[in-house]
Design a binder for this molecule. Structure first.
Ligand code: NIG
Ligand code: ZN
Length: 419
């Protein structure tokens, strides 16, 4: 029996399919808004999109009167460190005292603290935590997301993280895309020989491919972590093994990571907070998508937000993300990130909606199945407690989701108070 759902009386419907993505430059600034529309979903797919008056009498197993609310595609989250052990709330005091992020790392804290906890954690513990965070992501309207490893930097723990992500992706309704980030920090064992760490991580590429544990390989290119030259060689090996590549680039020091991401044909360059004029120009003339993470800058209290305006005006394609992780951006709330993108990076609401839907989908090679509402596509759809699309970045810090559908199934519905 076909399972059908009709959403009607939609005040504003954003289908986000006005342009084929990735949407770049000034095209990010325009959105086609369909007013008083309806969406008919059948067997997990979008069957029909039409004016509400045409569709509202259609029979369906469930008919939802949207009462003028906003409806959009399920959001896509293109950069998370989902699988980790422990937490780092004790580092908050250090941050308050002004100890820099890279200094905490140098002292064996930060990422290395999470490495110790993740090495100790069982697969079951990591899985349960990952499922908890995935559920919370879903409540904020996310229906597809990426998950990185990178808290092992040894074979056993990296594989443990990747297997947890794979199982979580199979078990959870959200679609999960996995990234191998074995090159995330230099551990004690390798502090005098980072090249050996990279060789060890690269020696895992074959097994990761065979077990289908990751689609992307990522590296943290930064002062005190991996150099440009080390990153170039490592990413080339990853490409030779058939991986698409990503980079944590130009986050704290402007080493030229943005240019390297372009040179390597990376799918994305992520962070880019201190990208130079040259980096921005090259990004704009490339197919690499800039994934900007304003929550990280906010949380680390550094004050230098990525130059989204310059990037978009130069013609780049931009996505945004929570960068959910236990140290530099501890939030699953992508809507808060949308507000930061507006307030701190001066992105327009139209640009922001492109950055969390169609462009974010392309940032994880899911442009042909996520980030847009289209007839024949998987029905990943969110009903918002909001009258229009401007409202979400404007009213900040709270969850505006009313209902989330993943492949036509209701995944989350806002609970009502009893009074
Ligand atoms: N900058 C490097 N990696 C992560 C942070 C990871 C952590 O602090 O645990 C990031 O994207 O911000
Ligand atoms: Zn990251």
């Amino acid at each position: 029996m076909a399972q059908t759902t009709l959403l009607y009386n939609i005040g504003q419907l954003l289908t986000m399919d006005q342009h084929d993505g990735p949407v770049r430059g000034e095209k990010m600034g325009s959105i086609d808004v369909k007013e008083n529309y309806a969406v008919f979903m059948k067997d997990g797919k979008v069957e029909k999109i039409a004016p509400s008056d045409e569709l509202k009498h259609t029979d369906a197993d469930e008919k939802i009167d949207c009462k003028g609310k906003l409806v959009t595609p399920g959001l896509v989250e293109p950069h998370t460190h989902l699988v980790f052990g422990g937490s780092r709330e004790h580092e908050m005091a250090l941050k308050q005292q002004g100890v820099p992020y890279l200094e905490i790392l140098k002292q064996g804290g930060g990422i290395l603290s999470t490495v110790r906890s993740t090495r100790k954690a069982s697969e079951k513990e990591l899985y349960e935590r990952a499922m908890f965070h995935l559920n919370r992501m879903a409540t904020y309207g996310i229906t597809t997301m990426e998950a990185k490893s990178g808290y092992g930097m040894d074979r056993e723990t990296e594989l443990k993280q990747l297997r947890v992500a794979k199982k979580a992706g199979e078990d959870h309704p959200l679609d999960l895309v996995s990234t191998f980030l074995g090159a995330h920090a230099i551990t004690e064992e390798y502090k005098d020989n980072p090249k050996a760490l990279l060789d060890e991580m690269a020696s895992m590429f074959d097994q990761i491919k065979e077990e289908d544990l990751a689609e992307f390989v990522d590296i943290f290119t930064e002062t005190g972590v991996f150099t440009i030259e080390q990153s170039r060689r490592y990413l080339q090996k990853a490409k030779d093994h058939g991986f698409d590549v990503k980079m944590h680039a130009d986050e704290i020091d402007p080493l030229g990571g943005t240019q390297l991401a372009v040179e390597m044909g990376a799918t994305t360059g992520d962070h880019l907070a201190v990208a130079t004029d040259e980096g921005i120009k090259e990004l704009a003339n490339s197919n690499t998508i800039g994934v900007l993470l304003p929550g990280t800058i906010f949380y680390l209290g550094k004050g230098e937000f990525a130059r989204a305006r310059d990037m978009i005006e130069a013609g780049a394609a931009i996505a945004i993300s929570t960068d959910f992780n236990p140290g530099s951006s501890v939030t699953e709330n992508i809507q808060l990130i949308m507000s930061l993108a507006a307030l701190k990076m001066k992105m327009t609401p139209e640009e922001i909606w492109h950055a969390v839907t169609v462009n974010a989908a392309h940032a994880i090679n899911r442009g042909d199945e996520a980030g847009q509402i289209k007839e024949g596509r998987k029905a990943d759809v969110v009903i918002w407690d909001a009258p229009n699309y401007l409202y979400i970045p404007y009213h900040y810090g709270v969850n505006h989701v009313n209902t989330v559908f993943k492949a036509g199934q209701k995944l989350y519905e806002r609970g009502d108070l009893l009074v």
